[in-house]
Design a protein around this ligand. Structure first.
Ligand code: AR6
Length: 172
């Protein structure tokens, strides 16, 4: 499995799946979440509302991940995960690590060989970029696929600026 980091806009990634730094409601928001919903079009929100009506009446718990289609995005899948919110005192590194490993579990389940991930929790949710980079890269390196099937071959962290890129590249 190759691990890399680039600066860019994750909504433009031509990979099988992109990961969304969502919130438990799955109803959209700012940051990556807002950008993904804008680029994916209204079908994404409709699918998220259907998920809430059916599988996730109480929302998506922190540290877990769930797939939807990519709708108008180049990526076939969006894997939504919810990072811990440091501004609400959620500072457990295991919960943040779980966002990345759960997202890769879902990628394996849907058969996504190439996955792009943002720096979950490093924006609105207030974690330091260096901490996110360290926890994310360690989690991905230690991740073991749960089942045979399409292997995840490429994990690409897509980050906003050169400082974040340097933090991720150092850890990789
Ligand atoms: N591509 C890649 N990275 C991006 C993009 C983009 N298009 N846009 C922002 N980032 P955040 P969180 C970076 O706030 O901290 C939302 O309202 C951003 O600069 O998107 O997990 C949700 O609905 C930062 O480095 O996610 C939740 O309520 C990183 O992505 C809440 O924010 C993550 O920032 C989630 O907060």
């Amino acid at each position: 499995m190759r691990i890399e980091a680039v600066v860019g806009d994750i909504t433009r990634e031509r990979v099988d799946a992109i990961v969304n730094a969502a919130n438990s409601s799955l109803m959209g928001g700012g940051g990556v979440d807002g950008a993904i919903h804008r680029a994916a079009g209204p079908g994404l929100l409709e699918e998220c509302m259907e998920l809430r009506r059916t599988e996730l009446p109480d929302g998506l718990p922190v540290g877990q991940a769930v797939p939807t289609a990519g709708h108008d995005l180049p990526a076939r899948w969006v894997i939504h995960t919810v990072g811990p919110n440091a501004r609400r005192g959620e500072t457990d590194p295991a919960l943040l690590a779980s966002c990345f490993t759960s997202s890769l579990d879902v990628a394996g389940d849907v058969g996504a060989a190439e996955v792009a991930l943002p720096a979950v929790s490093a924006g609105v949710f207030g974690w330091a970029m260096e901490d996110v980079a360290r926890i994310a890269v360690e989690a991905v390196k230690n991740w073991k696929p749960q089942q045979a099937g399409t292997p995840v071959e490429l994990v690409r962290f897509v980050v906003v600026d050169e400082a974040a890129l340097a933090a991720f590249r150092r850890e990789i």
